[in-house]
Design a binder for this molecule. Structure first.
Ligand code: 5GP
Length: 370
């Protein structure tokens, strides 16, 4: 057994120090980025152009409607894994450029997963550009082997691979053929890996270390999970993330397609009416949201949890929030504002312009209420 002594940080452990800035106004900040990927073979020099925020491949988030809505705003969606091959082929084949450029097919690493991908690819060809190979634990040998096999067979797809939290595994995945490595084990809003297994890594430090490793090899990373507010998203970019992936922050919208549940709560106010004193009641709306390895997800997609597995996800109800567009405007406004405070005219420069200050116990306990 060994103990690592240097402290590792989460988003809540830091703030971004304001600096003298020449950026006049938020609207002058450029959020679009252009990337050229490490292993993807293509004739064009810029392989990606857009606002590098991604919807997670979770039920209620990584849906077709979400992909189209986010693409219209220049954002990206990793589709959930459990759509049928026909639906997926239809979606990508539809020929809209925005789908090719802003949506990823997601897959696991079983033989059936590979066969399903091959079948869909046959029907979509170059319309399917991005593949997100997503497993809970990106440290297995089988996972790297799968990435190698996929890269050899499909040089013309962009491979997203994860999840990992350390520099050496980021490098291994890049050398195996991944273009973008997805970073995060345990920080998710409906994830219980840390309590269920004791495994994890504070997300801000994971992003810093993996971004450093990836950038050294000309690769890219996604900070996946743990963002609870626009400020966290800005911290992830400031830490070196090329993309940030969101689950919980994008749940509860029309585009997620979940059933809307209405509840009534007493407000605490009592008013006199012609029938006497009556409690005032307000209506609130919610949508179910669950982790993809929760009992709920396993029941929905696999007919229950296998007996040797435990659930590593929770099921919760999040407030219903209407159309995704308003939430995205709020998010982008937050990140733009961060850039003006830090003196970065482009999102691209935020990381170079950032000095993090550690907030310490006092901030966490007193101000963050934790
Ligand atoms: P959030 O943005 O909600 O904090 O985190 C989203 C991320 O949590 C997803 O992109 C995925 O990596 C992770 N995640 C989703 N479902 C589960 C789950 O059931 N268990 C675990 N451990 N992680 C999950």
């Amino acid at each position: 057994m060994r103990i690592e002594d240097d402290s590792k940080l989460d988003y809540k452990d830091v703030l971004i120090r304001p600096k003298r800035s020449t950026v006049g106004s938020r609207k002058d900040v450029e959020l679009e980025r252009e990337f050229t990927f490490r292993n993807y073979r293509s004739d064009s020099s810029a392989h990606y152009r857009g606002i590098p925020i991604m919807a997670s491949n979770m039920d209620g988030v990584g849906t077709f409607a979400m992909a189209d809505a986010l693409a219209a705003m220049g954002l990206f969606t990793c589709l959930a894994k459990n759509f049928g091959a026909d639906e997926l082929a239809g979606f990508f084949r539809d020929g809209r450029d925005s789908r090719r450029e802003n949506a990823a097919y997601s897959t696991g690493i079983t033989d059936q997963d590979y066969e399903k991908f091959e079948a869909v690819y046959q029907h979509t060809g170059s319309n399917l550009k991005y593949v997100c190979v997503d497993v809970a634990n990106g440290y297995s040998e089988r996972f790297s082997e799968f990435i190698k096999q996929l890269r050899e067979a499909y040089p013309h797809v962009v491979i997203i691979a994860g999840n990992v939290v350390t520099g050496e595994m980021t490098e291994e995945l890049m050398l195996s053929g991944a273009d973008i490595v997805k970073v995060g084990i345990g920080p998710g809003s409906v994830c219980t890996t840390r309590t269920q297994t004791g495994v994890g890594f504070p997300q801000l430090s994971a992003v810093i270390e993996c971004a450093d490793a990836a950038h050294g090899l000309g690769g890219h990373i996604i900070a996946d999970g743990g963002c609870t507010c626009p400020g966290d998203l800005a911290k992830a970019f400031a830490a070196g993330a090329d993309f940030v992936m969101l689950g919980g922050m994008l749940a509860g919208h029309d585009e997620g397609g979940g059933e809307i549940i209405t509840r009534h709560y007493k407000t605490g106010e009592v008013r006199k009416t012609k029938n006497g004193w009556e409690d005032q009641v307000e209506e609130r709306k919610f949508v179910n949201f669950y982790g993809m390895s929760s009992k709920a997800a396993n029941e929905k997609h696999f007919g229950g949890l296998k007996e040797y597995r435990s659930s590593e996800g929770r099921e919760i109800q999040v407030p219903y929030r209407g159309k995704i567009e308003n939430t995205i405007q709020d998010l982008l406004g937050g990140v733009r504002s961060t850039c003006t405070y830090a003196g970065a005219k482009k999102l691209k420069w935020l990381s170079k312009c950032t000095t993090f200050v550690k907030t310490g116990q006092q901030y966490n306990s007193v101000f963050a209420g934790k």
